[in-house]
Design a protein around this ligand. Structure first.
Ligand SMILES: NC(=O)c1ccc[n+]([C@@H]2O[C@H](COP(=O)([O-])OP(=O)(O)OC[C@H]3O[C@@H](n4cnc5c(N)ncnc54)[C@H](OP(=O)(O)O)[C@@H]3O)[C@@H](O)[C@H]2O)c1
Length: 251
């Protein structure tokens, strides 16, 4: 199967940790030059770059808060300066906090919507300036919670439902420019973010999730990364506007 990814350039937002780091490494393994974006975790981002380079891949870490338009503009400018083209954008950076609706503050609402929803708008606007005339690929990382929200996920689930709709709408809007836009919706996936919640990994909830998962384990970043690699490759050239649930059969 010809993936045709060698030599392409991808920006992976939130690639210093978890699923984003997994996606960055998997793309680099297919010959993609990767921008490892991070907000605050410079040391973690540098470690991802080092891991990629140790496998003879190419990567550069670039700090940018993707919920801020000025930062996103600079991210694309620096990415283009580093590798001379931009073909792929993976909107992975995301934040989550699960709490009952009566506890959700306006500040938390805007934090989650700005990172999970505004950021993909901002990166898409920049991508349209930088993608080659031949087209490009955008992947939005959604969540199982967009269609099957669990307890206390009203805010987070709403941000990811917006991501699903954005994906379908942009697929229609940008298809004539040969830009494919797809979403991957992970189930529970072991990441630094999930560990720091403190309510899943190592608790009874983890066992409940494993029992409810057809394939009987928690997901790993690689489980998501391989789906992303497929979607941005030529092997998925007839797919746009789809949402692939990558959950091992959870939900
Ligand atoms: N893990 C799961 O179970 C799961 C399930 C469904 C969907 N998802 C989605 O998958 C994505 C990744 O989740 P994860 O669990 O891997 O998260 P994570 O371990 O918490 O890592 C989050 C990453 O996003 C970055 N980030 C956060 N805010 C940012 C901002 N404003 N600008 C740039 N980067 C930012 C972080 O960078 P810094 O460290 O530098 O702040 C970090 O690299 C998210 O969109 C999440 O909603 C996760």
């Amino acid at each position: 199967m010809n993936l045709n990814l060698n030599g392409k350039v991808a920006i992976v937002t939130g690639a210093s940790k978890g699923i984003g780091a997994g996606i960055a490494k998997a793309l680099a393994a297919e010959g993609v030059k990767v921008i490892v974006n991070y907000a605050t975790s410079q040391g973690d981002a540098n470690q991802v770059v080092t891991a990629i380079e140790s496998e003879n891949g190419h990567a550069v870490a670039i700090q940018a808060d993707v919920s801020k338009s000025g930062d996103v503009e600079r991210l694309f400018k620096e990415a283009y300066a580093a590798f001379g083209r931009i073909d792929i954008v993976i909107n992975n950076a995301g934040v989550f906090k699960f709490e009952p609706v009566e506890n959700i503050t306006e500040e938390e609402f805007h934090r989650q919507f700005n990172t999970n929803v505004l950021a993909p708008f901002l990166t898409t606007q920049q991508a349209l300036k930088y993608f080659p005339e031949s087209g490009g690929n955008i992947i939005n990382i959604s969540s199982g919670a967009s269609k099957q929200p669990g307890h206390s996920t009203s805010l987070y689930g709403a941000t990811k439902a917006a991501v699903d709709t954005l994906t379908e709408a942009l697929a229609k809007e940008l298809g004539s420019r040969n830009i494919r836009v797809n979403a991957v919706a992970p189930g529970v996936t072991e990441s630094e973010g999930v560990h720091s919640l403190g309510t899943i990994i190592g608790t009874e909830t983890e066992n409940d999730i494993i029992s409810a998962t057809a394939l009987g384990r928690i997901g790993q970043p690689d489980d998501i990364a391989t789906v992303v690699v497929f979607l941005v490759s030529d092997a998925a050239g007839w797919l746009t506007g789809v949402r692939i649930r990558a959950s091992g059969g959870l939900f």
